[in-house]
Ligand binder design. Structure first.
Ligand code: ITT
Length: 194
């Protein structure tokens, strides 16, 4: 089976991508290639961050790879946390603090104005070629957490295409079928198999 390196340190993303890609490709993690680095993500947007992560792996390990950068854009917060989604609560990758900050900033915002979307940029580096794929899902932010599945902001995000459940209340298959990452990955796979 053809192997693909996925440049992420996020175990949840890795699990989702492996589930979406199934047996079409074998997905190698950073750990699989011996990389335990905290890869810099200092670009002003998710496309730039995805490119930084993929380039880092290419430069340091000489391997073709793809990366995923994701942001939650909340309209009432002028698009925040956006590219700052991982450390919005002040501590990198502390999802509970990230959610607490979002809920507190939205405390006085009525239901109709709590619209938001997840956006994922996937960057694929193959030799000198760079390909970018984007996926997004519209939804709204609840006033409290619902569900224990998923990760990150899933427990407060309710997709418009669903049945009122948050991503954290859905199975992995249900989330992947309509999610930002599911959509971006479907384009990646279609490109790779074309
Ligand atoms: P890598 O950069 O190593 O891939 P990361 O966790 O830093 O992992 P991002 O910068 O792309 O990933 O993601 C920013 C944050 O957004 C992440 O820490 C999660 O809390 C959240 N997030 C990403 N994808 C999500 C999803 O599908 N559902 C809910 N929250 C998500």
């Amino acid at each position: 089976m053809k192997k693909l390196v996925f440049a992420t340190n996020n175990a949840h993303k890795l699990e989702e991508i492996r589930q979406i890609i199934g047996d079409k490709f074998e997905i190698l993690s950073l750990t699989d290639i011996g990389c335990n680095d905290d890869i810099p993500e200092t670009a002003p947007n998710i496309e730039g961050n995805a490119l930084m992560k993929a380039r880092y792996v290419k430069e340091h390990y000489g391997l073709d790879c793809f990366s995923d950068d994701t942001g939650l854009e909340i309209d009432a917060l002028d698009g925040r946390p956006g590219v700052h989604s991982a450390r919005y609560g002040g501590v990198a990758h502390d999802s509970e603090r990230n959610i607490d900050r979002v809920l507190s900033e939205l405390a006085d915002v009525p239901a109709a104005e709590r619209t938001a979307r997840f956006r994922t940029a996937i960057v694929l580096l193959q030799g000198d070629d760079v390909h970018t794929f984007e996926g997004k899902v519209e939804g709204h932010i609840l006033t409290e957490r619902h569900g224990t599945g998923g990760f990150g902001y899933d427990s407060i995000f309710c997709p418009v295409e669903g049945d009122g459940r948050t991503f954290a209340q859905m199975s992995g298959e249900e989330k992947n079928a309509i999610s930002h990452r599911g959509r971006a990955t479907a384009q990646l796979v279609a490109y790779l198999l074309a």
